[in-house]
Design a protein around this ligand. Structure first.
Ligand code: PLP
Length: 482
């Protein structure tokens, strides 16, 4: 393609995006597709001859948008949000054009130094103390894997990387039964073994780890000759927003020499608002913390903020460099701005992810970002109260920020029948297309999750969710469906 043609199509693409974003309310949120529908429209073999770009674009418009679930839809209330605010999209357009590999300072000075500054902006914004240093990882899963590797190497004094795990004392890592699946996978990949991930019971309204259960588990494992290595805490669990008491559990874990990592992938963004920081109380004592600006803060995927108290440990774990150079080199790096961030993460190659944070934070200001999050929380709580006032609805887990779970509970319907009813209602809601919700389990029962988090969501969108939910719950069951 000639660059002159690129210019024309680039303008077309910017126009298409703006049109798409501003007309999303007219589309069903969840793709109405059946498996195989897209495959059936694609030639089975690649073209030998070049296609005209007009044809390629026409095929894109014909095949793709209609077969997408629209994550930027204002009424996307499923899972967690994956926002891509306009300033962030513009930054990514530029980044994809510049297309640099940002593994070393030398290969990308501006990307590196912007990353240093942006992560320090974010650190301040979420209220972490100045002794935390940040790095951008591709995902919370990667940050948590890095944290688990740090736990392993700290506990084994570096022997895991050198000797492998075969001859080592079995390590133990503790987390909540509400912990995200990325923790299980980090444990598998780190070679610690699923049997050594101790999922602790939770208690209380916040569904946090029971501190006494943690203490007993650590002491029991020590007696058995195993080595407790780390603790992973939840702030805003994926299922229903479970929150651990970071302050109390970190104190306990540190008294036993454990490394503490906090997974606040979704909820961390809300820490830019003073009134929500209480959920993260004690995080300043943890060893690392991750949250995803690519969820609720508006920076599109991927952009995960990983804050570390002791980057030396992370570098000893991940950096491939002679031992004797590390300390001096890191200090010199940080002092001069010339950090080689590839040593802070698992892949060598790195995208230029800091530009979207720079554009986003400046274009909104922290105040603008706080307004977005506060609205989502307020509207979600409002919806929760509206559902609570209906005798046939039950709020199963109370709102944690903008997330709560509920179910429709007609008279006399219980147990497995109630689960089947919940699933039917959820399917009816999602087939309807005006909103999109997903399910989870709470104490073994199927429940519907609601979270508001789309940047383009307005109060009316949340109110429409009430109409859709109650309208379909009130609808007489369809013949074949029941
Ligand atoms: C979304 C989420 C993750 C995984 O995030 P990725 O960036 O997709 O890896 C981990 N933990 C929690 C609590 C989450 O909500």
């Amino acid at each position: 393609m000639e660059w002159s043609a690129f210019k024309k199509w680039g303008e077309w693409a910017a126009g298409w995006i703006a049109e798409y974003r501003t007309t999303l309310r007219e589309r069903p949120v969840r793709a109405p597709s059946q498996p195989g529908e897209v495959l059936a429209q694609l030639p089975t073999a690649p073209p030998e001859k070049a296609d005209a770009f007009e044809t390629i674009i026409a095929d894109f418009e014909r095949i793709v948008p209609g077969a997408m679930t629209h994550w930027q839809h204002p009424r996307f209330f499923a899972y967690f949000p994956a926002n891509a605010a306009a300033p962030s999209v513009l930054a990514e357009m530029l980044v994809s054009g510049v297309a640099a590999q940002c593994m070393l300072w030398q290969t990308s000075p501006a990307a590196t130094e912007l990353e240093t500054r942006m992560l320090d902006w974010l650190r301040q914004a979420v209220g972490l103390p100045a002794d935390f240093t940040g790095v951008i990882q591709d995902s919370a899963s990667s940050a948590t894997l890095a944290a688990v590797l740090c736990m392993r190497e700290k506990a084994l004094e570096g022997r895991g990387n050198r000797e492998g795990l075969a001859a080592q004392t079995p390590l133990r890592v503790y987390c909540s039964s509400e912990a995200h699946s990325s923790i299980d996978r980090a444990i598998w990949i780190a070679g610690i073994g699923d049997n050594n991930l101790v999922r602790l019971p939770t208690a209380g309204a916040r569904r946090g780890i029971d501190a006494e259960a943690l203490r007993r588990a650590i002491e029991r494992d020590q007696v058995k000759g195993m080595k407790p290595a780390g603790l992973i805490l939840n702030v805003g669990g994926t299922s229903s927003g479970a929150c651990d008491d970071i302050a109390e559990l970190t104190r306990l874990a540190h008294a036993h020499g454990l490394y503490v990592h906090v997974d606040a992938a979704w909820a961390g963004a809300a820490m830019i608002c003073d009134e929500f920081t209480e959920l993260c109380r004690g995080v300043d004592e943890a060893d690392s913390m991750v949250f995803n600006p690519h969820k609720w803060l508006g920076a599109q995927f991927d952009c995960s903020a990983h804050f570390i108290r002791d980057p030396e440990l992370l570098l000893r774990t991940l950096a491939i460099r002679p031992e004797y150079l590390k300390t001096r080199h890191l200090e010199a790096q940080v002092a001069s701005g010339a950090v080689d961030y590839s040593e802070w993460s698992i892949p060598l190659g790195r995208r230029f992810r800091a530009l979207k944070l720079w554009f986003l934070i400046r274009a909104y200001g922290l105040d603008g970002l706080r307004r977005v999050i506060r609205n989502h929380v307020a509207w979600s709580v409002e919806l929760c109260e509206m559902l609570r006032r209906r005798a046939d609805f039950e709020i199963v887990t109370e709102p944690v920020l903008s997330l709560f779970t509920f179910r429709h509970r007609p008279d006399g319907v219980t147990g497995a029948e109630l689960d089947a009813h919940t699933l039917r209602l959820l399917n009816a809601i999602n087939d309807d297309g005006r909103i999109y919700l997903t399910q989870t389990k709470a104490d073994g029962a199927l429940v519907i999750r609601f979270q508001a988090g789309s940047f383009d969501c307005a109060r009316e969108d949340v109110m429409l969710a009430f109409d859709v939910i109650t309208e379909l719950a009130d609808a007489p069951p369809e013949g074949g469906r029941e």
